[in-house]
Structures are given as C-alpha cells and as structure tokens.
Design a protein around this ligand. Structure first.
Ligand SMILES: Cc1cc2nc3c(=O)[nH]c(=O)nc-3n(C[C@H](O)[C@H](O)[C@H](O)COP(=O)(O)O)c2cc1C
Ligand SMILES: [Mn+2]
Length: 509
C-alpha cells in the first residue's frame, strides 16, 4: 500500500536506505539546488535538509528521483504493474468508434477508482494561521541564479511595457523564490468539478504570490470560468499528503477528471479530504503537511511572474499571471516541506514523467491501438520528443499515428515525433536514431503540422503555438511516395549465434 502521508513515506525511504538527512545548515537560495542537482544526476538518495536558513521547516527534495522511489510512492513493484492495472480497467469495455473510446476515458478511470471521501478533521489543520498567515515561513527555494530577476533579459518586451503603463503589475519585491512541488486544488464554478495540478507559485510576500498555470492546463481553464462569471476563485495549495498525491497532481488526465479519483485508484483506497478553513468550498488532503489557502480575484491586475529556470533547461520568460492572495496557512504540528528543482535533465521530474509514460501507455493505446510502445527520451524534456513504435500494416500509417498523437491530450504538445517499426527497440535511443538516419528520405518522410505547443517552448514563433515535425523512420512500402526495393537489415542467423555462444570459451577470447 502506498504511504498514507509524506511522513510515513519518509520513514519508508529511510528504512530502505534511500534517504539521507543533512543536519548542517543550508541555504534555500541556490545552495539546495546545487546539492540536489548533483545528487539527482548521480542517481542518489532523497534528501531531508533538517536545518534550512530562515525557516523552521525541514525540506524534502528528490523524494521521487529514481524509478525505485517512484514505485515505492505508488506502492508497486514496477511501473508496468500499475500500467497493467490501468489496462484491466480498459479490457472489459468494447467501445465501437474512436470517439466512443475517447468519451469513455474519464468514465473508465472512474470505474476503477475510489472517489475521495470528505472527513471532518485532518492533521493538515493541527496548526491554523489566518490573519497571521505568512507564506514566507515556508522554505521556498530560489532555484537558479536568474529566477525572478527582471533586470535580466529573460522578460518579454510586452511585460516591460505593461509594467510601465500599469505599475500595479510589477512584482512588489520578492527574491525569486518559488513553491515548486505543489498540488493546486481548484473547482469549476459551474460544474463543481475538482482539479489538482502541479503549478509553480512565486512568493512575493507574507500574503501575496503569483500562480503560474499554463493556459492549456485545467487550473487556467477553471480560472477563465471564474473570470467570465466575475467571481473570486478559491484556491488551496497542498504539500505532501498521500504518497501518490504529488504524482497524481502531475498526471495528464482529461479535462473534467478529478485527479483525486485517479489518486484513489493508485492508492487502492479513497483519498480523505477535509474542507479548507478559510476557503471552505475547496477540500484538501487531510494528511497534507502544509496547506496554503487563498483566492484569485479575476478583476485585479495580474502580476509579473518569472523568470524561472525551467525543466526545458532554459529560463522561462517572465510573463503575466494571476495574483494569489493568501487567506490561511495550515500545517501539521511538525511539517516537512516537500519541494523539487527543475532544470537541465535529469531532474526529479524526469522520473515523474517516466511514471506517466509507463502508466498512461494503455490509455494511449486505447485511442491509438497501432502503438506498441513509446519512449519520451530524457533529452526531449517531455514535450520536445517522442519515439513511437508501431506495427505497420499499410501505407502512411506512421503519419496517421503522428496525427492521432497530436490530438491526444497533453501528448498533443509533442514537438518532434519519430515513428519506428515493431522490430526496433524504442527504449534504445541509439537504435531509434540509427533508423532515423538510415530509413528516412528527408523530403519524402518528414511531415510538418502547425498547432498548439507547450507554453515553455521558447523556439516556437508564438507563445504556445508553432510547428511540429513527424519523422517516419519505418521501412517504406508501396504507396508512400517513390520507394525503391527496400533491403533487409543485417542480422546473424540464430544457428550461428547459438554455436558461437556455445563455443565461446574455446576461442579463448
Ligand atoms: C515538477 C513539475 C512542475 C510543474 N510546473 C508547472 C507549472 O508551473 N505550470 C504548469 O502549468 N504546469 C506545470 N507542470 C505540469 C503540470 O503539472 C502537468 O501538465 C499536469 O498534468 C497539469 O494538470 P492539469 O491538466 O490538471 O492542469 C509541472 C509538472 C511537474 C512535474
Ligand atoms: Mn486535470
């Protein structure tokens, strides 16, 4: 069973020797990043910094930074075991058309899930601050040197113009410090549907912050609905809670699907939620370590948020995001503050992403049955590149698969898709690139489309819009343009391989 709260998860990590406590004082400004970056890239342990300058709370980082720790958080031996459970949800259903299948998706996940349970009390509210709520008691990290630095060049010109014409948009100080491993709880004002997403939050003062949700994400969609109604939007940001929660908050679930439902499925039992003290419309995990409650007033001017050293390996440019007013900070008696650093891969989020790659394969296959397997390579930073393996049976099938991926949830943001045949190991990146180089006639086999892209893509001509490239690296067949006779790939016969293996010692090699 996955751990019911972060403190239990920390104990589980420690019992396995997967967590290291650091007792000397460290600085949340840059120093923790440099330590975590080195440890994560070396495949090292989770880190619990017990003494952090300027805060009474210990900082947990890199808790999910290996495949093993990701599995432990999900209570599974292997990520493929979780995928197999997802597969079981799908099996009994035989929707007829693709549209039926897509429509069924939320329903399917619902079937196997346990809806969250509202409880009256939670340890997350052992200590309650309302009027005296102060965000700055949290050990928010400054992750990278130019974070929050508006004097740097990482600011859109339109942002500078906006500050000049409307000074209220300028951030009131702040040191470029961010809450990063958030679970942001919101509800749609019309339908009441709950959403949980991981969106970074820049801290500007005891009761002021900026909410960096991308316009394609559900939190932003909820925000637009409140804006249309001219209503204040209640929000809660939870840290910790059930060990599955931080992962569930990053899951690319279809809009309208409650991440708490999926968390219940992963958890094997319902997630217990408790109503916020100052924003009672919103419920948060009862076992959370820390909860920040507040609201966004859509009538207020936005705030300049960023720049921020992002998971693309570049700074995301400062832009305008909603201003969040804090109305309460609640926490357990001795809370641990969980956080993460994103930057050049691999970072901890690579492993969260790998979990999604594996767990969502059956769902991707449900809408695109041609796909045998896929790989989101580390260098692609999730949205830049996907390697896809299909069993090709007809001409232009690879292009059909690309188009389908560009229509599939957050996979739609994939900038470069490479499709290979069934006999290529798609997890072997050298082998995929070998087949790209060998099997592709660039003019014939590369396809370009225009469409929405990840907000963080800095190369695209517009924010969140640009072109995408599909590379068909499968062997070409009749009907796919001018194709000459295709040669076989070199392979030794099984008989000789077996003979050489058997006689290997004889050769004295
Ligand atoms: C460590 C980490 C940080 C993230 N930061 C942000 C962020 O600041 N803004 C954002 O819109 N998405 C961010 N994401 C991605 C979203 O959490 C992810 O796309 C999620 O599926 C969005 O959920 P939603 O579809 O319910 O909005 C982050 C993901 C991770 C793993
Ligand atoms: Mn969502």
């Amino acid at each position: 069973m996955p751990a019911p709260d972060l403190q239990t998860f920390v104990r589980e990590l420690e019992q396995r020797g997967w967590l290291k406590r650091i007792s000397v004082e460290v600085d949340p400004v840059l120093e923790i990043t440099e330590i975590a970056d080195r440890v994560t890239k070396a495949g090292g342990p989770a880190l619990l910094f017990e003494k952090v300058r300027g805060s009474g709370m210990p900082v947990l980082i890199n808790a999910f930074g290996t495949r093993e720790r990701m599995c432990l958080a999900l209570g599974a031996e292997r990520l493929d075991d979780v995928a197999a459970r997802v597969q079981l949800l799908i099996k009994p259903e035989i929707p007829v058309t693709l549209l039926d299948k897509i429509k069924k998706l939320p329903q399917l996940i619902q079937l196997g899930s346990l809806p969250p349970r509202i409880v009256r009390r939670g340890v997350c509210q052992e200590v309650v601050h309302t009027d005296d709520a102060d965000l700055t008691v949290l050990p928010a990290l400054k992750c990278w040197p130019l974070d929050g630095d508006l004097a740097s060049s990482n600011v859109y010109p339109h942002v500078r113009e906006r500050i000049a014409s409307e000074p209220a948009c300028a951030p009131p100080g702040g040191e470029g410090r961010y809450l990063t491993l958030t679970s942001v709880f919101t509800k749609h004002p019309g339908t009441g549907e709950r959403n949980v997403g991981t969106y970074r939050v820049q801290v500007f003062g005891p009761k002021l912050a900026a909410m960096h949700w991308h316009l394609h994400h559900d939190g932003a969609r909820h925000f637009r609905a409140y804006r249309e109604l001219g209503r204040r939007m209640p929000i809660a940001i939870a840290f910790g809670g059930p060990a599955v929660m931080p992962y569930a908050a990053t899951c690319p679930l279809p809009p309208g699907m409650d991440e708490c439902l999926f968390a219940g499925f992963l958890n094997g039992s319902a997630i217990e939620l408790v109503a916020c003290v100052s924003q009672p419309e919103i419920e948060i995990p009862a076992t959370a370590e820390i909860v920040v409650e507040g609201y966004i007033d859509p009538a207020e001017p936005p705030l300049v948020e960023g720049p921020f050293g992002d998971h693309t390996g570049f700074y995301s440019l400062a832009d305008l995001y909603p201003r969040l007013h804090v109305t309460a900070v609640t926490h357990r008696r001795n809370p641990i503050y969980p956080t993460t650093v994103v930057g050049k891969p691999p970072q901890e989020d690579f492993w969260l992403g790998k979990a999604t790659e594996r767990i969502f394969l059956p769902l991707l296959q449900m809408i695109i049955p041609d796909i045998i397997d896929y790989n989101l390579p580390m260098f692609g930073c999730f949205h830049n590149c996907a390697f896809v393996k299909i069993r090709k049976e007809y001409a232009y099938q690879a292009r059909r698969v690309m188009s389908a991926i560009w229509g599939a949830g957050q996979m739609a943001f994939t900038k470069i898709i490479v499709v290979v045949d069934h006999d290529v190991d798609v997890q072997d990146e050298q082998s995929v690139l070998f087949h790209v180089c060998a099997n592709v006639d660039p003019k014939r086999d590369v396809m370009f489309v225009d469409g929405p892209l990840d907000i963080l893509d800095h190369a695209s001509p517009g924010l969140g819009v640009g072109s995408k490239m599909g590379i068909d690296a499968t062997r070409k067949i009749a009907g796919e343009g001018a194709v000459r006779h295709w040669p076989d790939e070199i392979e030794m016969s099984a008989e000789i391989r077996e003979r050489v293996t058997r006689r290997w010692v004889e050769y004295g090699l």
